[in-house]
Design a protein around this ligand. Structure first.
Ligand SMILES: Nc1nc2c(c(=O)[nH]1)N[C@H]1C(S)=C(S)[C@@H](COP(=O)(O)OP(=O)(O)OC[C@H]3O[C@@H](n4cnc5c(=O)[nH]c(N)nc54)[C@H](O)[C@@H]3O)O[C@H]1N2
Ligand SMILES: Nc1nc2c(c(=O)[nH]1)N[C@H]1C(S)=C(S)[C@@H](COP(=O)(O)OP(=O)(O)OC[C@H]3O[C@@H](n4cnc5c(=O)[nH]c(N)nc54)[C@H](O)[C@@H]3O)O[C@H]1N2
Ligand code: SF4
Ligand SMILES: [Mo]
Length: 726
């Protein structure tokens, strides 16, 4: 946005020639060089930039369309260049001093009137490790609140908690990307890699060339399913049942690895008892899949020597996400496909630093290095690194959505959001919006005036991926250094500096004195030392020299761990743990009023709530508005024509999108992307129910009804809001 008093010239943004950077979007973290140039169109000279992939271990030099255009949003004229403060109802530019003083004054008065737990801190998986670490320290030391959580709760909490329980440690992939071509069978469950991590596809193509059998489990025939040998078109919310049914076939047909089970695992007997009681045909019916298809999948995975199971949000974003992931982990343990080349389990992590962001203290129950805030030894250690008494560390808080509930209930009165747009990305978005309106103070640190920032009292402009330095940990657990490649536009500041400057005003200067991001990383190394996610052996010098280092890396002399669990698992008994998982559906029950299952996810060209990608002309041109994918027979049944506007309603609320009739989705299911806010926001209809183990919301199923918004329907409607989109 061109802010009042600024000329267009001041906001024009360029990059110096040939800058090296890293894509800010997904968890692959592709490296690239952005070249600056000029183009003359109709006699007008304008700046053009071109991104070129740089060789690196994960994407091997490839870029997808989002990466190729990632500089566009960073150079966009709507970048926030000055702090904004609400005065007489409007957000107006102010100096940093005024903005930060106001934040600190308000924090101080809330601290003395209501105490620290009236302040909530809400982080994100796009933040660097350094910022995520500092945000955790800021919450606990500068503010003293128990309430900190982050958007990764919506993203990977199910798989993260499952990995911790089953293997004892949570790293996205337990193997390397290089193991994919070595696998003879690959299960891709609820993961649409072709659109969400496109530069990884060649690993799977290579596996296929080597003869691998690929199973894709998805209610839709996605571009990823296009490479499948077997597409299991599952009814949403029934993955746990499916994995159990596959497990039963493997047991019944003797496809398990008895030796591995005996030596390396616990709990197999209980699992057998459970499977004996299970009705296979009933399970297949629940999943909406032919029994023979399940047998085929089980045999394909059970009869080969090497194989990998991958899950992502399709399996994980359910109220049984934690258990569904554990049911898939059973398959890996039972066949001994972990801890060696071409084998493993992996959750395809989502955001650029989805992995690192969950390791160093942004989570309600967590301290750096994946330490627990409830464990005495962990508290003592981190308190000693931070130079405080352990009893000054607050206890465990609540999950991201529960924080929004506390906001709504008035218990949290101040919210500080750094790197997230929860008004769009939270389930039951209407409740979140209502809650935020009640706050005494909402502070948002972002590059853009997001839907959440528009509601804020104070907006703090931050640097983009082109302008700040820090480390990001990709889906493989490989730590990568991304260095600032150009100076900050306008008055935008690095996130970590903003945190330090507020901490100083809260009289905590002694704990927040850093000269640069590396200085914070040096402290993070120490704070993580000896923890599960041990970064002690990693330094900026090494990262510059080696390109990236896997964690855990306990010493500067060690290479870092590529394939995990070769000898033992990270639990006290060193064994992997089988899980007895109930076979039931996690979906919301459909009814006469709400007869369809709504699931949701992503498209290739947009990223999350679209704040960044909708500001990229090349990306937004590919998808300009939201839509619903609906099967031709379902469309016919509900009188919907292709390309017309429809209203989708759940017990929580309604949203409006354009129809896209496609035969590649199940007839009982509709699919809507998550990248748009306002009336097109799918989260107006998603449900707030949480997984009891990890507090992941059940995003991926909601019972809904759909109706076309023909002109006549609208004309007859009593609700004037329905006219607004016309
Ligand atoms: N283009 C693009 N790429 C992205 C992102 C983005 O926004 N856009 N976001 C990044 C982030 S943060 C994340 S978390 C990842 C997400 O990556 P994914 O998890 O791969 O993405 P989704 O589209 O949410 O869900 C994957 C698939 O799950 C299917 N699905 C829905 N319900 C079910 C179910 O009940 N069971 C099964 N088995 N499948 C189901 C959907 O049809 C969808 O194809 O992508 C990252 N990469
Ligand atoms: N229905 C439905 N809802 C979902 C999902 C789904 O599949 N279905 N997926 C969930 C998942 S997996 C995720 S990860 C969440 C994500 O949801 P959000 O957390 O809302 O993610 P973004 O839209 O990426 O918002 C991140 C914001 O951070 C800003 N930003 C980027 N980099 C930086 C930085 O370095 N510093 C600061 N301060 N800001 C920065 C961006 O401009 C953007 O405004 O959505 C969840 N919501
Ligand atoms: S979006 Fe992901 S796959 Fe695409 S360039 Fe960026 S990091 Fe690479
Ligand atoms: Mo995510």
């Amino acid at each position: 946005m061109c802010q009042p008093g600024e000329s267009k010239l001041e906001t024009a943004m360029h990059v110096p020639e040939g800058i090296d950077t890293q894509c800010p979007f997904c968890s692959v973290q592709c490296k690239m060089t952005v070249h600056a140039g000029e183009e003359t169109l109709a006699g007008v000279v304008r700046a053009v930039h071109r991104a070129e992939g740089k060789p690196n271990a994960a994407s091997q030099g490839r870029l997808c369309v989002k990466g190729m255009n990632a500089h566009q949003h960073a150079l966009h004229a709507e970048r926030l260049l000055r702090p904004l403060m609400r005065k007489a109802g409007r957000l107006v530019p102010v100096t940093w001093k005024e903005a930060l003083d106001a934040v600190a004054d308000s924090f101080s008065s809330t601290l003395s009137a209501q105490g620290p737990d009236a302040i909530g801190i809400y982080g994100g998986g796009s933040l660097t490790n350094e910022t995520a670490y500092l945000l955790g320290k800021f919450a606990r030391v500068a503010v003293g609140t128990r309430y900190i959580d982050y958007n990764g709760r919506f993203c990977m909490s199910a798989a993260a908690s499952a990995s911790s329980k089953v293997f004892g440690i949570d790293r996205g992939l337990t193997c390397r990307l290089a193991d994919i071509p070595l696998a003879q069978c690959i299960v891709l469950a609820g993961t649409n890699i072709a659109e969400c991590q496109p530069t990884l596809m060649p690993y799977f193509h290579q596996a296929k060339e080597n003869g691998a059998y690929i199973i894709v489990i998805d209610p839709r025939a996605t571009p990823t399913a296009a490479i499948a040998d077997l597409h299991v078109q599952i009814r949403p919310g029934t993955d746990a049942t499916l994995a159990n049914a596959m497990m039963k076939v493997m047991v019944d047909e003797g496809l398990v690895n008895e030796d591995f089970i005996r030596k390396r695992t616990n709990g197999y007997e209980q699992l057998l008892t459970h499977l004996n009681r299970m009705d296979f045909s009933e399970s297949a019916a629940r999943c909406g899949i032919e029994p023979e298809v399940i047998r085929q999948a089980a045999r394909a995975f059970g009869t080969v020597d090497t194989g990998i199971v991958f899950t992502a949000r399709g399996v994980e974003q359910h109220t049984d996400g934690h258990m569904a992931v554990r049911a898939f982990m059973n398959l890996v343990l039972a066949t001994g496909k972990i801890g060696r080349e071409g084998c493993g389990y992996g959750t395809i992590t989502g955001q650029g630093n989805g992995q690192g962001g969950r390791e160093h203290g942004q989570k309600a129950d967590q301290l750096p290095g994946y330490r627990s805030i409830e464990n005495k030894a962990d508290r003592d250690y981190v308190a000693s690194v931070w130079g405080i008494k352990p009893n000054r560390l607050p206890g465990k808080g609540v999950s991201a959505y529960e924080m929004m509930e506390l906001v709504h209930q008035g218990e949290i009165q101040t919210l500080f959001v750094m790197g997230s747009n929860p008004v769009v990305s939270s389930p039951n978005a209407r409740m979140v919006e209502e809650g935020l309106k009640k706050l005494n103070l909402l502070v948002v640190a972002d590059m853009f005036l997001t839907e959440t920032a528009q509601m804020a009292d104070i907006v703090l402009p931050v640097t983009s991926h082109l302008e700040n330095t820090g480390t990001m940990t990709n889906l493989e657990g490989r730590v990568l250094l991304r260095e600032a490649a150009r100076s900050a536009p306008g008055e935008a500041r690095d996130d970590w500096r903003i945190l330090c400057q507020i901490a100083v005003r809260l009289d905590k200067v002694g704990y927040f004195t850093y000269k640069d991001a590396e200085h914070i990383f040096e402290e993070l190394r120490l704070a993580s030392r000896g923890g599960l996610a041990d970064y002690y052996g990693i330094t900026y010098t090494r990262l510059r020299h080696e390109g990236g280092v896997y964690w855990p890396c306990p010493s500067p002399d060690e290479a870092g761990t590529d394939v995990m669990f070769r000898e033992s698992f990270a639990l006290p008994h060193q064994k992997g743990v089988f899980t007895v998982v109930e076979s039931r559906s996690a979906g919301e029950h459909t009814s006469e009023d709400y007869p369809l299952v709504l699931t949701n996810g992503r498209v290739l060209a947009h990223y999350l709530t679209g704040v960044q990608t909708r500001r990229s002309s090349s990306l937004t041109a590919r998808e300009i508005e939201n839509f619903v994918e609906i099967h031709p027979r379902t469309a016919q049944r509900w009188h919907i024509r292709d390309g017309e506007w429809v209203e989708i309603t759940s017990p929580r609320g309604s949203f409006t999108v354009r129809s896209r009739i496609k035969p590649h989705i199940r007839e009982d299911t509709i699919f809507v992307p998550m990248h748009w806010g306002g009336v097109q926001n799918v989260n107006r209809a998603t449900r707030p129910d949480l997984d009891p183990f990890c507090r992941m919301p059940g995003f991926k199923t909601a019972a809904v009804r759909i109706r076309p918004l023909h002109l006549s329907t609208v004309a007859n409607s009593a609700d004037p809001n329905e006219w607004s989109w016309l």
